[in-house]
Ligand binder design. Structure first.
Ligand code: FES
Length: 120
């Protein structure tokens, strides 16, 4: 699955070093029922993984307002509300609903059987 805001991940493990993205298994499809999300920390990155009608999407988990865990927020259509103060983000793109030119990073996702992979 492609993502319109890829490459905007704010965390880099090794600043200044070239980092080649690769897919990492982050969850089983069974871990995330349809219409829900989950916060996952893996390889030093915070990922919010969502299941929308059987398709999986990943955005940066940390809300830019005050750091709320987006993967724990309620899902409304294609959006997630930050569980702390309600800022709303598009699950497919990471775009901030009020100002789509801003938002959080998103990551490519692929599913192989029951395994969900995110490009980190
Ligand atoms: S921390 Fe997300 S809206 Fe405040």
């Amino acid at each position: 699955m492609s993502c319109a805001r890829e490459g905007r991940e704010p965390e880099t493990k090794n600043k200044g070093e070239k980092h080649l993205p690769e897919f990492t298994r982050v969850a089983s499809t069974k871990d995330i029922p349809e219409g829900t999300g989950k916060s996952i920390r893996i390889d030093g990155k915070d990922i919010a993984l969502f299941n929308l009608e059987g398709s999986f999407y990943a955005i940066h988990d940390i809300c830019p307002h005050m750091g709320g865990p987006l993967g724990e927020g309620p899902v409304e259509g294609e959006h997630v509300l930050c569980p702390w103060h309600g800022w709303m983000f598009n699950i497919k793109t990471g775009a901030f609903a009020v100002n789509p030119t801003d938002g959080v990073a998103c990551f490519k996702v692929k599913v192989d059987g029951e395994d969900v992979y995110v490009e980190l």
